[in-house]
Design a protein around this ligand. Structure first.
Ligand code: KIV
Ligand code: NA
Length: 276
């Protein structure tokens, strides 16, 4: 058994070996990321935007996360699978939070859950950890709070907000989370937080000093419609590849070039001749 575990994450921080994390929402993509030995696969609630066509993560349900989480887990043998707890599945009470986290772990066989927030959700984090479930934190731009944040923008820029991020990161680390995602945070602040805690930080739009990096896989392969944030690097352009292939398919079908001889099944002329 060579799967990446919470112990691997700790060791990566100690040896300063960057942790690689990408999202996936289905079996095929999970199999590819697993084959490439990506350390962590996140079944992000970005599922709502990327796969389900919502304009935020707020409508995503526990059932959605379990449905896609199960598919991802079937494709991952090496990578550690982390599943996002969706909006309102952990904010109501610590009891409700551990019950939902337990359902997600039981029904998907994932290795950890991720929750957005710091000191506000500490009771829920502690209760989930006490049940033996590894937790990944998520601070900075927390998309489930988009309506309170007033949009998707950089967080922690003034003294008070920067201090709150530091306090939240320390509180989560102290509680025993296995890693903390820092989203859309100034690079120097992310670096200072990373140096201040013993738990690995995983950045997205948070600079190069974090202990690891995460991106939405559709963003980094250019397979997405619409807006791409400043922190994304497109490592390939799947939109163009798919559009070219689909146009080619259409041309081959309408011109009857496809299917060709090698794609077809044979039958004897004798049988055809006796048909009436
Ligand atoms: O849902 C998601 O994809 C995430 C990552 C961007 C960290 O939470
Ligand atoms: Na998320």
């Amino acid at each position: 058994n060579t799967r990446v575990t919470v112990a691997t994450l700790r060791e990566r921080k100690e040896t300063k070996t960057p942790i690689t994390m990408l999202t996936a929402y289905d079996y095929t993509m999970a199999s590819l990321l697993d084959c490439a030995k990506i350390d962590m696969i996140l079944v992000g609630d970005s599922l709502g935007n990327v796969i389900l066509g919502y304009d935020s993560t707020i409508p995503v349900t526990v059932e959605d996360m379990i449905h896609h989480g199960r598919a991802v887990c079937r494709g991952a043998q090496y990578s550690m699978v982390v599943i996002d707890m969706p909006f309102m599945s952990y904010q109501i009470s610590a009891e409700d939070a551990v019950s939902n986290a337990g359902r997600i772990m039981k029904e998907t066989q994932a290795q950890a859950v991720k929750l957005e927030g710091g000191i506000e959700i500490l009771a829920a984090v502690k209760k989930i950890l006490a049940a033996g479930i590894p937790v990944i934190g998520h601070l900075g731009l927390t998309p489930q709070s988009v309506n309170q944040l007033g949009g998707y923008k950089v967080q922690g820029k003034d003294q008070m907000a920067a201090q709150k991020l530091m306090d939240d990161a320390k509180a989560l680390a102290q509680a025993g989370v296995s890693a903390i995602v820092l989203e859309c945070v100034p690079a120097k602040l992310a670096g200072t937080i990373t140096a201040a805690i013993s738990v690995p930080t995983i950045g997205i739009g948070a600079g190069n000093a974090c202990d690891g990096q995460v991106l939405v896989v559709n963003d980094m392969i250019g397979l997405s419609s619409g807006f791409s944030p400043k922190f994304v690097h497109k490592f390939t352009d799947m939109n163009t590849l798919v559009l070219t292939a689909v146009a080619d398919y259409k041309q081959h079908v309408t011109s009857r070039q496809f299917p060709a001889e090698q794609h077809t099944f044979k039958i004897s002329d004798e049988i055809i001749g006796k048909l009436y």
